[in-house]
Write a protein that binds this ligand. Structure first.
Ligand code: CP
Ligand code: NVA
Length: 310
């Protein structure tokens, strides 16, 4: 039974472990069908409106291709070409869109804008990245981890770098999948305090470890996964030079990786900057699974679309 019809996917907070595992299993089944060349079009005649206020390669292409493969249609709506970009209220936009489309995907800056859109839309709203969260990416990453390690329970994920949207979504999701989580950021670049408090609560509830530190070696010691992301996210371009200086000790390089398990996986949501947050040797080396993560965006998002739009 699919209990997720009509639900938004804005972050992991109100999803239970069993709902999240259902999404993972659905993604695995959808992926298998595609690999076998089986047609699967449960969204025939359905449409997805996709609002983008920020750039994207993976997210746009995987959602658009995913909707097509499921038998539906996706509309790319760039900020500069919609009335939303000219100041039409989010609530009006939500109500109008709900009369046309069966689901809405949005990538933007303020997380509150997505929450507001979801509140006023009568169709499911999917968060495709805000300044605070990137749940579609983390779900794809967790599927990738499961594929490579066979199971998730008890694995330790070390996130090293900026306490950004990726880090926030990781700490929020990890406890619900039985994953231990360690985050190391420079001082002043920690995760969102409210998300950390929530993640600590989830870690207590589900009996997992959550370590928040400013020491990359402490985070990586004995870890199964080393995850990193860009030092300056979209919207922070002006801080790039300052961040390169402050983040130097947080580069994922050969030296840091020596502290992880011998069979550690390197993960990154992409796009990456070789020589900044990660060395070419690591991201292009044998531990890296970054392109599997990118591929799995397609499969998990198809699962989210099927489950919520139904
Ligand atoms: N990882 C990710 O979301 O990539 P895009 O910015 O290319 O969509
Ligand atoms: N933290 C990055 C992720 C890009 C997928 C950003 O927000 O730009």
């Amino acid at each position: 039974v699919n209990r997720l019809v009509g639900r938004d996917f804005v972050d992991f907070a109100d999803y239970t472990p069993s709902e999240l595992n259902y999404l993972l299993e659905l993604a695995e089944a959808i992926k298998e069908k595609q690999k076998k060349g089986e047609k699967y079009q449960p969204l025939s005649g359905k449409t997805l409106g996709m609002f983008f206020t920020k750039a994207s390669t993976r997210t746009r292409v995987s959602f658009e291709v995913g909707m097509y493969q499921l038998g539906g249609h996706a509309l790319f709506l760039s900020n500069g070409d919609t009335q939303l970009g000219r100041g039409e209220p989010i609530s009006d936009t939500a109500k109008v869109m709900s009369r046309y489309v069966d689901g809405i995907m949005i990538r933007t800056f303020a997380h509150e804008d997505v929450v507001e859109l979801a509140e006023h839309a009568s169709v499911p709203v999917i968060n495709a990245l805000t300044d605070l969260h990137h749940p579609c990416q983390v779900l794809a990453d967790i599927l990738t981890l499961k594929e490579h390690k066979g199971q998730l329970e008890g694995l330790t994920v070390a996130y090293v770098g900026d306490g950004n949207n990726m880090a926030n979504s990781w700490i929020q999701a990890a406890p619900k999948f039985g994953l231990n989580m360690r985050v190391a950021t420079p001082v002043g670049y920690e995760c969102d305090p409210a998300v950390v408090a929530q993640a600590k609560q989830f870690a207590r509830e589900f009996g997992t470890e959550l370590v928040v530190t400013n020491d990359p070696v402490e985070a990586v010691a004995g870890a199964d996964v080393i995850y990193t992301d860009v030092w300056a996210s979209m919207g922070q371009e002006a801080e790039q030079a300052e961040r390169v200086k402050k983040f130097a000790a947080f580069q994922v390089n050969e030296e840091l990786c020596k502290h992880a398990k011998d069979d550690f996986l390197f993960m990154h949501c992409l796009p990456a900057h070789r020589g900044e947050e990660v060395t070419a040797g690591i991201i292009d080396g044998p531990h890296s699974v970054v392109f599997d993560e990118a591929e799995n965006r397609l499969h998990v998002q198809k699962a989210i679309l099927v489950a919520t739009i139904g």
